[in-house]
Design a protein around this ligand. Structure first.
Ligand code: TYD
Length: 226
């Protein structure tokens, strides 16, 4: 596939949407075609499921059935939006993806981890991120930021969880990053937005450059074989 998929992960109030907008502006200024999207949502079918999940209507079903809903939304999003964008050669920036399901729905080791893996395989259909940026902020600071951003609006299904749970989620994201260092980069989000944006820009530029060399290498090898 010609494009490049970058997912942004982390707890609440980590500054993902600001950083996605900043990175998109930078990449576009370099001539790349960029698609911005988010989960849950990103396609009409998935946006409908988003509403059901975030309103808390499905909370009674428990985390595993909520995970099934997230997976249904993700399958639609991948098929309808992400795959076509990658096929066009776009850089796709996605606000949350499969790591959020691992962390939010399967944090408790008692939850069916084999179900998690099956849902992930089916929903992603082979479309794994080329790069995942974990924006890391202490849960207390993230919750505070999210509260300020919300103003008078009420907290959604997951924002209302207490700081201790949010800190456990933070550790779970860091663990995923430690287990998959090739794919994941942890960026300290507890700094001025300009500094965070500069670090992300540099590391994405590096990865894209590496990909360009891999492509050249591959086409040279193919040339030799013919
Ligand atoms: P959103 O308003 O997009 O929040 P944020 O700005 O934090 O990304 O809400 C998405 C919420 O859904 C967020 O609390 C994380 C949660 N979520 C899951 O629980 N599982 C998932 O697979 C995804 C994609 C999100």
């Amino acid at each position: 596939m010609a494009g490049f998929l970058i997912t942004f992960e982390g707890g609440e109030g980590g500054g993902k949407s600001t950083q996605i907008a900043r990175l998109a502006a930078h990449l576009r200024s370099e001539g790349h075609s960029v698609t911005i999207t988010r989960e849950p949502g990103g396609s009409p079918g998935a946006e409908a499921v988003r509403h059901i999940i975030l309103s808390g209507t499905a909370e009674e079903l428990g985390p595993e059935w909520e995970a099934v809903l997230f997976a249904a939304a993700r399958a639609d999003h991948v098929a309808e939006l992400i795959q076509p964008a990658l096929q066009r050669g776009d850089i796709v920036l996605c606000d949350r993806f499969h790591d959020s399901t691992r962390v939010y729905q399967f944090l408790d080791p008692e939850n069916d981890q084999a179900l998690m893996e099956r849902l992930e395989r089916v929903a992603l259909n082979g479309v794994y991120p080329d790069l995942t940026i974990v924006l890391d902020v202490p849960a207390e600071i993230g919750s505070d930021r999210a509260r300020k951003r919300r103003g008078h609006a009420s907290a959604d299904r997951f924002e209302k969880d207490d700081v201790q749970v949010q800190e456990e989620r933070r550790r779970a994201f860091l663990k995923i990053a430690a287990n998959e260092p090739e794919r994941c980069m942890v960026v300290d989000g507890n700094r001025p937005a300009d500094d965070v944006a500069a670090e992300i820009r540099a590391l994405v530029d590096d990865r894209l450059e590496a990909r360009r060399f891999e492509d050249i290498d591959r086409s040279l090898k193919l040339g030799h074989e013919q």
